[in-house]
Structure formats: structure tokens, C-alpha cells
Design a protein around this ligand. Structure first.
Ligand code: FDA
Length: 517
């Protein structure tokens, strides 16, 4: 259906008319997909994709309206009505944003709407061309399941969490256990269909290469709403091998972590050996794209101190390995990958760094005393090298490919008290502060998919405009280094009125909304 809603560009930035906005949606959308705050099921629709209890509070500014799109036209209507009546729209795919920016804002004074894509989740796999079209609202688990159902010899190199949404994940780069062999998830996007700030439906050819570059890692919520992605799938062997070995503090964990930093980024690219450090234990987890004998031989040669033997190996299919790492165990039904979950179950706060020089042993030794007694804090070390190091830093917006590893700090808790929140938030922030001397500098890096508002937020000027480029550089260059300026230039071209804006969206370079200095 044609989408004929007049947009005045001035209206997008200044005059806000929420009643007319809701009227516009009601006029152009079918009943049953628009939820206002007075709708009976507003809360359940809102909470369906929330993963962090920190943002389920009466004080959290939530959307004026949620449009649960079931067709690309619905996304176009929401954008056009929003632009015509001055109500900004935030897309939500899987709702895993670490700061909840797909469904909450920090600013109670400004109304916004959410286009929820959870029902736009079709997956079409073409085995012959080794490609797939996947809609943004699909989860990674649904994507992996859809691929495995068509071929046991194809896979996709994206993240570990099965409930993560394809839309936000690909928008921020996305990495998982095949990153050393195949790089980022976004490296495998060859086309996309998106709705831009004018409400037009564009494919790669229509949006142009700069815009297409920006959506593959420049962070979600800045450049439009991607409805679907064309992915090139990768070949996986019939049999892969996994192992998990625990090495507690009193069994040389500090020595092993120190050596791991040299070994893991230099292993053959068919092997990833990541570490989860929790409480007084280092858990070494590995996926090898081959059989047990191969990984044991390599580990014996390159990392004998870890003491991996054949008994540690479990051979399985690639899809079983996805389940293994998602749910920590074997023999689970594939259908678990289709479970999106329906309620947030924990509070969490994450932060991240990139490490370029191995961290000294005495620092690892001191980290043990930082852990909280309840064990509810993790460090996750994902090694790079392999394919990651072979791609130019400017090939996509993700600039950190040449790091030794990504270091994530992740605090979580279940207790609904201010004390619990303060304790765990300050744990994450404290560990991040302690690590400053040992991680990337000038700027200190961070991974946009582990969004962190501690790095700074966009400032809004008067009269509804004025996201400052200079302010945004502080966090923008942490996420994107030199690519930040190019992202801001693309933003100025494709969304000069800064319609797609959130607390850490890319400002338009050189325009009133985004003055450079
Ligand atoms: P959500 O819907 O919240 O969107 C995130 C951001 O993208 C928001 O700004 C949103 O507006 C925007 N956006 C969403 N859909 C869009 C669309 N269609 N077009 C344009 N913008 C859009 N990361 C990783 O690299 N590897 C991993 O293994 C994991 N594992 C993991 C596990 C768990 C439990 C969590 C909570 C998170 C991860 N992540 C991760 C981080 C994850 O990749 C990141 O949070 C993604 O942005 C989440 O995408 P969603 O679509 O779920 O989020």
C-alpha cells in the first residue's frame, strides 16, 4: 500500500503534536498493532523484549506508542507519521540494548515512539547460493535454527546469546565463536532493506555505499530502521569440537590468563579459546571447527600448561555447539533456540575494553580480590586475531579488529534494592577503572554493542535541536575511533534533521544539529 503522509522537515525537529501523531497512526495502520499507554496490553508488549530489569521501573520514560509492525509498510507509516508530527521513533528488534535505548529514553519531557520488529522475523535460507534473507526481529537463535534446518554444513558467525535480536546485533557489528575464522557478523551482510528518515524503503543500491557501510556496525538507531538483511552464510564442518575447562585461582589461573593473552590471538583461526573469569575461577571455553584430535594436538603444542586432553573434548554438529554455549550442556533440544523469553529476569550493567598489550601477571593476581562474594560479576575475554586482524579498520565502522582481545565487565543481580544496585554498578565501574592503565588508550575503546552511557550522552540544544558533535566525540570515538567522523558525515547526508536520535546516536556532522566545533 502507498504511504502518503506529508512530512515537513521543519516539523521533524520542532513542533511536536502527539495527538496528531497517534491520529496519523490510527488512520494509516490496521487496528491491533498500535499500543498507546492506555492500551490494556501496553505493558506486556513493552516488557516482552526487555532483558534488563534496571529499566522496568515506574520512573523510566517509556514510549508514547508502540507500533508492533508486521509488514515493512507499518515501519514506513510510523516513520512518516513521526516525522510529520515531530515524534521521534526508536526501532526495537530483540530489546537487548545494554542501556535499554530501544525502548526507554533518559528524557521524560520528550515523547517518542517505538517500532517493535519482534513480529517481523521471517528467515529465508537459500542453500544453493549459501545466503539468507533474515528480518530484523528474528533472534540469533531463530537464525541459527533456520540455517541448520536447511543444511548441517552451513552456519553464521554471529553472537552467542540466542535471544539477541538480529537487527541491533548486525547494526553494531556482532561477534561470536567463529569470529577468528570469519570475522564480524556484519562482514557477511551483502544487502539490506531499510526505511530511511523520509520513510522510503531502500535497498543497498538505493541507499548507496556510504549508507550501507554505516548500517553494518555504526550502531543501531541512527541511520534508519533496517527491516531485513541479506547474509552470506559460511561453511561449517560436519563435526566440530567443544571443551570447557575450569582452572581455579589456586590452580595457576593467573599464570594461565597471562599466557592466554599471547596464545589465544595467535592460535589457528579454526580455534577460539575464550575465557570467562568469575569469582575465583577462570573458565576456558573453546570451539574448534574440526575433530578432537586436531584441537588437542594444537593445545598441547601451543598451550601445554592448560592441560587439555581428549577427555575434555566433546564432538558434535555446529548447531549442537551453538546450544552447548548458549545453555552450557549437551543433549538439549534444538527448539530451545526458538525460545525468545518473555520477561526480564535480572538486573545488569556491562562495560568493555580492547586490550592491545598483554596485561601483567600481578594485575591478574590482584583481580581475584575484586570479585564480590555473591559471584555475580564476570569478566569475558574474547580473543581476536585470525580473520579479524586481516580486515582494515575502516572496512566497516568497527575499528578494533587489531586488538588482542575484547574484555567485557558484566555485573548482574536479582535483588530489587538500591543497595544491591549500587553495589553491583560500582563493582563494574570499579573494575573498569582499575583496568585503565592496561587497555587501549587515546581513546580508550569500547564496543558499541555493549552500550555504556557512562561514556557520555548526546546533549540536546534548545528548540528541539543541537546534538553536539564535539560532545558525542567522547563516546563516539571510543566506539568507532576515526570512523566516527565518517559516520557523522553519513548521518548528515541521510538524516540531516537527526530524526533517528537517542542518547548515543550519531550526530549529523556540520549541520545545526551537529556542529563540529
Ligand atoms: P535492541 O532491539 O535493544 O536494539 C539495540 C539498538 O539497535 C537500539 O539502539 C535500537 O534502537 C537499534 N535497533 C534495533 N533494531 C534495529 C533495526 N532493525 N534497525 C536499526 N536499528 C535498530 N553481542 C555480541 O557481539 N556478541 C554476543 O555474543 C552477545 N551476546 C549477548 C547476550 C546477551 C544476553 C545480551 C543482553 C547482549 C549480547 N550482545 C552480544 C550484545 C548485543 O549484540 C547488542 O545488545 C545488540 O545491540 C542487541 O540487539 P537487539 O536487536 O536485541 O537489541
Amino acid at each position: 500500500a502507498a504511504v502518503c503522509i506529508a512530512i515537513s522537515s521543519a516539523a521533524a525537529a520542532t513542533s511536536v503534536n502527539t495527538t496528531d501523531f497517534v491520529g496519523c497512526l490510527a488512520l494509516h495502520l490496521p487496528p491491533g498493532i498500535v499500543y498507546t499507554q492506555s492500551s490494556e496490553s501496553y505493558s506486556s508488549v513493552l516488557e516482552f523484549s526487555i532483558k534488563n530489569l534496571r529499566f522496568v521501573t515506574p520512573a523510566t520514560p517509556t514510549p508514547l506508542v508502540i507500533v508492533k509492525a508486521t509488514h515493512a509498510t507499518h515501519v514506513r507509516v510510523a516513520v512518516r507519521c513521526g516525522a510529520a508530527h515531530g515524534v521521534r521513533v526508536r526501532p526495537r528488534s530483540g530489546g537487548h540494548d545494554y542501556e535499554g535505548l530501544s525502548y526507554r529514553s533518559l528524557d521524560a519531557a520528550r515523547s517518542f515512539a517505538v517500532v517493535d520488529l519482534a513480529a517481523l522475523r521471517a528467515i529465508r535460507v537459500d542453500v544453493r547460493s549459501r545466503s539468507a534473507w533474515v528480518e530484523s526481529g528474528a533472534t540469533l537463535g531463530e537464525l541459527y535454527y533456520g540455517i541448520a534446518n536447511k543444511s548441517a554444513r552451513l552456519g553464521f558467525p554471529a553472537g552467542v546469546g540466542p535471544t539477541v535480536g538480529v537487527g541491533g546485533h548486525l547494526s553494531g557489528g556482532g561477534f561470536g565463536l567463529m569470529l577468528r575464522k570469519h570475522g564480524l557478523a556484519a562482514d557477511h551482510v551483502v544487502d539490506a532493506i531499510m526505511v530511511d528518515a523520509k520513510g522510503r524503503l531502500l535497498d543497498r543500491a538505493a541507499m548507496g555505499e556510504d549508507h550501507f557501510w554505516a548500517i553494518r556496525g555504526g550502531g543501531g538507531g541512527s541511520f534508519g530502521i533496517v527491516v531485513s538483511w541479506k547474509l552470506l552464510l559460511v561453511r561449517v564442518p560436519a563435526t566440530v569440537t567443544v571443551f570447557t575447562v575450569h582452572r581455579p585461582r589456586n590452580q595457576s589461573a593467573s599464570d594461565l590468563l597471562t599466557k592466554w593473552q599471547h596464545v589465544a590471538p595467535a592460535l589457528p583461526r579454526d580455534i577460539i579459546l575464550r575465557v570467562v573469569v568469575q569469582n575465583q575461577d577462570a573458565q576456558f571455553e573453546s570451539l574448534y571447527l574440526g575433530r578432537c584430535a586436531g584441537v588437542v594436538a594444537t593445545m598441547t603444542k601451543m598451550f601445554p600448561e592448560l592441560g587439555v586432553t581428549r577427555r575434555d573434548c566433546i564432538e558434535m554438529s555446529w548447531i549442537e555447539s551453538v546450544l552447548y554455549f548458549a545453555f552450557y550442556g549437551t543433549g538439549k533440544p534444538k527448539e530451545l533456540l526458538l525460545d525468545r523469553g518473555t520477561k526480564p529476569d535480572r538486573y545488569f550493567k556491562g562495560k568493555s575494553d580492547f586490550v592491545h598489550e598483554p596485561i601483567p601477571r600481578d594485575v591478574w593476581e590482584s583481580t581475584w580480590s575484586w570479585f564480590l562474594e555473591d559471584g555475580a560479576g564476570l569478566l569475558i575475554l574474547d580473543p581476536f586475531g585470525g580473520r579479524m586482524g586481516r580486515v582494515a579498520s575502516s572496512a566497516t565502522p568497527f575499528p578494533h579488529r587489531h586488538a588482542l582481545y575484547n574484555l567485557q565487565y558484566y555485573g548482574f543481580w536479582w535483588d530489587n534494592t538500591t543497595e544491591a544496585s549500587e553495589q553491583h554498578m560500582s563493582w563494574v565501574r570499579g573494575v573498569h577503572r582499575e583496568m585503565e592503565p592496561y587497555v587501549s588508550k587515546s581513546p580508550r575503546g569500547a564496543y558499541v554493542n555493549y552500550k555504556d552511557l557512562d561514556l557520555g550522552v548526546n546533549e540536546y540544544g534548545g528548540d528541539g535541536g543541537g546534538t553536539s558533535y564535539e560532545t558525542a566525540r567522547v563516546w563516539g570515538e571510543a566506539y568507532f575511533k576515526d570512523n566516527f567522523e565518517r559516520l557523522a558525515a553519513v548521518k548528515a547526508k541521510v538524516d540531516p534533521s537527526d530524526f533517528f536520535r537517542n542518547e548515543q546516536s550519531i550526530p549529523p556532522l556540520g549541520l545545526p544539529g551537529g556542529l563540529k566545533s
